[in-house]
Design a protein. Structure first.
Ligand SMILES: Nc1ncnc2c1ncn2[C@@H]1O[C@H](COP(=O)(O)OP(=O)(O)O)[C@@H](O)[C@H]1O
Ligand SMILES: [Mg+2]
Length: 242
């Protein structure tokens, strides 16, 4: 369970989060949408305890958090296997052999089986994201925070990453927040959607309510009040031209 109440955070004169209220129950996947710079990453950092709020309250049922960082935050100086072993060494009493067994099993589940001894830099962007997700989940956290899990990926890799998240997050069934601006893919994972704009949660509801609802903050985010910049091509016209 994640509870965020009246949380505020500013930098210098600029207020980024201006009274955030949010609750995520155990087993619930909340997708946090919002324009770039709205403060999605900042809110995840606050929940993870990496940044302190200037006011308000953040309560977590547990301190065991798994976080996928927007830029992965993998350890470049360690091998793929060592990256994955790291949370187990830090957080669990498992012995060396048990850790290696768990790491090898996880690498296989994330499609990285033969990369155990490789340096992180040998992996492609999509593989690094999968490794970062595997590292976030390996110590069986109670709370999962995923920051822009498909950012910077090509469409096919983004789809694979989304499918992997659906499978692995469903398996763990924890309180999960996924920050994203990849609307179609992230919505397929969501039980509930929250929109962060102008420092507040301006909408919270089901994916269906988000897509179908008429709400000024959603319309603005989805550019619904915009006119088509170019008229749609009529497929019948194409015949006449060619
Ligand atoms: N440590 C910091 N110091 C100053 N400004 C920051 C800091 N962290 C975030 N910000 C500002 O907060 C705003 C929200 O950033 P971020 O959480 O990264 O947005 P999002 O993830 O929604 O794109 C940005 O304007 C960013 O410049
Ligand atoms: Mg961000």
């Amino acid at each position: 369970m994640i509870t965020v109440e009246r949380v505020r955070k500013s930098f210098a004169e600029t207020t980024i989060l201006d009274g955030i209220d949010l609750q995520v129950r155990e087993g619930e996947v909340l997708v946090l949408l919002g324009p770039s710079g709205a403060g999605k990453s900042l809110l995840l950092y606050l929940i993870a305890g990496l940044v302190k709020p200037e006011s308000g309250r953040i309560e977590l049922g547990s301190r065991r958090i798994g976080m996928l960082f927007q830029k992965n935050a993998l350890f470049d100086s360690m091998s793929v296997g060592e990256n994955l072993a790291f949370p187990l060494k830090e957080l669990t009493p498992l012995r060396k052999e048990e850790i290696e067994e768990r790491v090898r099993g996880n690498l296989a589940a994330f499609g990285l089986a033969q990369w155990y001894p490789a340096p992180v830099n040998a992996l492609s962007g999509g593989m690094q994201k999968r490794l970062a997700l595997a590292r976030a989940l390996i110590a069986n956290p109670d709370i999962i925070l995923c920051d822009s899990p498909t950012a910077g990926l090509d469409p096919i890799t983004a789809r694979q990453m989304t499918d992997l998240m659906a499978k692995e997050c469903a398996k763990l069934n924890r309180a999960t927040i996924i920050a994203s601006h990849d609307i179609p893919r992230s919505l397929s994972l969501a039980h509930r959607v929250a929109l962060l704009s102008e420092g507040r949660i301006t909408f919270s509801g089901t994916p269906d309510e988000f897509l179908r609802g008429h709400h000024p903050a959603i319309d603005l985010f989805l550019n619904r009040d915009w006119k088509e910049p170019f008229p749609k091509e009529n497929p019948n016209d194409r015949h006449h031209i060619s």
